[in-house]
Design a protein around this ligand. Structure first.
Ligand code: SF4
Length: 429
């Protein structure tokens, strides 16, 4: 596959390409051989990632092969413009997208055993669905077409792609990519008061943030991984810079840090977090994928995703202490065992909010918070705080909806690189 922006070459490939994809169901033996623009490369990859997330979600919610499972999967294939009725129609663009996007994700997901296993599982389910949709004669056609005397395909194309400085960051970040709304702070800044935080942590925090908040209240301290994860989450739910400074300071000075040390060291890092120092980057809260896949916690850390990083027995105890029923705990642990961490979190949401179906794929701790608040407030988002004695930092509220106004984003490698720089500011324990 060549990666260029030359539209003419793509048109030429398209003109002669119908013979290349005679069937909607594909077993390809060679990588895509045509030019692909960077924009197309990224959008194909993101769409296939969305599709595979849906495949994972449906595979847990429904019995595979049932009418519900099939109709929802077909809906998604249509929506994302992938081939949805095998061998039935002339859908060159969909077949081309299917081929190229599979190849890109294969490159992105061949880089570790965990990623490989997840990718193969979802692709197998997708293939099984499509294959089972074929009539007997189409199965025969397909088997003849692919000849099934194929050689194993490995990550052989990776070294060539790795030398391309445009593609390497994209591939490295794709498997960690977040494809939902941007939960940066501006949309809802000033909507909560510090007095609300303890209650919110019980009612509307996902378990990762609830754990961090509890540890902070008990120990009056969090190590840098926890401060990064929780600090950006708090910014995303609407804490202003002034509130954040007050919040962290009031807790830390109850521990071993005196006010002077806080002002000289920690306050800088919080201002940095809000884009007021250093490169003045407005850092975005971490997505689930970032929390699950990077910077695993060590002894004494409280960050990370408890569904991914906690010992199952400790997780069970934690869930019991949160008053989750034993049936609910078993369901969650079963999902964790199958490495469906975000689905385990969705189940936790359903159990703690008393709903049968969360109704959305969970991808972000701040999304969890927003959806929880909407549900608890009868469909409205965060309530506006009009006056709260002792919380003089509140700003006028922006009532704009977070979901409807947020642009969809994927993690961006530049911001991640800068976050690594930010680590240094938080490195002090
Ligand atoms: Fe937090 Fe996401 Fe893990 Fe849920 S799945 S606990 S929101 S990191």
């Amino acid at each position: 596959m060549e990666f260029s922006s030359a539209r003419g070459r793509r048109r030429a490939a398209r003109a002669g390409g119908r013979g290349r994809y005679p069937h909607s169901l594909q077993f390809y033996l060679a990588p895509p051989a045509e030019s692909v623009s960077l924009a197309e490369f990224e959008s194909f990859a993101v769409d296939r990632l969305r599709l595979l997330k849906v495949v994972e979600n449906l595979g847990v919610k429904y019995l595979k092969g049932t009418d519900d499972y099939k109709s929802k999967l077909e809906y998604e294939l249509r929506k994302l413009k992938f081939p949805f009725k095998a061998l039935a129609e002339d859908d060159y663009d969909a077949r081309r997208k299917d081929h190229i996007s599979h190849f890109i994700l294969r490159l992105a997901y061949c880089q570790s055993e965990d990623l490989r296993r997840w990718f193969i599982q979802q692709e197998m389910d997708l293939f099984r669905y499509r294959f089972n949709e074929l009539s007997d004669s189409l199965v025969q056609q397909f088997l003849e077409y692919v000849n099934l005397l194929y050689e194993p395909l490995t990550a052989r194309s990776l070294p060539a792609v790795q030398s391309d400085e445009r593609l390497q960051p994209l591939l490295n970040h794709l498997s960690h990519s977040y494809i939902g709304p941007d939960y940066s702070a501006q949309k809802n800044t000033g909507k909560i008061s510090l007095e609300q935080i303890d209650t919110l942590s019980v009612k509307s925090y996902p378990i990762c943030m609830r754990q961090l908040h509890k540890a902070l209240r008990e120990n009056h301290h969090l190590r840098h991984g926890g401060r990064m994860q929780y600090g950006l989450f708090l910014k995303g739910i609407g804490l202003t810079l002034e509130q954040a400074l007050e919040f962290w300071k009031s807790e830390f000075i109850r521990g071993k840090i005196d006010a002077d040390k806080f002002d000289k060291g920690y306050a800088y890092s919080i201002r940095h977090n809000y884009g007021k120092e250093g490169k003045r980057t407005d850092y975005t809260p971490f997505s689930c994928m970032k929390i699950i896949l990077s910077n695993p916690p060590s002894q004494g850390d409280y960050h990370g995703c408890p569904f991914r990083h906690s010992d199952p027995e400790l997780l069970k105890q934690k869930l019991q202490s949160y008053k989750i029923s034993s049936t609910g705990i078993s369901q969650i642990l079963e999902l964790v065992k199958g490495m469906h961490y975000q689905l385990a979190c969705q189940k936790y949401f359903e159990l703690t909010h008393d709903v049968d179906d969360i109704g959305f794929p969970l991808n972000h701790p701040n999304q969890y918070f927003v959806e929880s608040q909407k549900l608890l407030n009868g469909g409205r988002e965060l309530k506006k705080e009009t006056s709260h004695p002792g919380s003089s930092q509140l700003k006028p509220t922006n009532q704009e909806s977070i979901n409807s106004s947020s642009a969809t984003t994927i993690s961006n490698s530049e911001a991640d690189t800068e976050l690594e720089g930010l680590d240094a500011y938080f490195a002090e324990d």
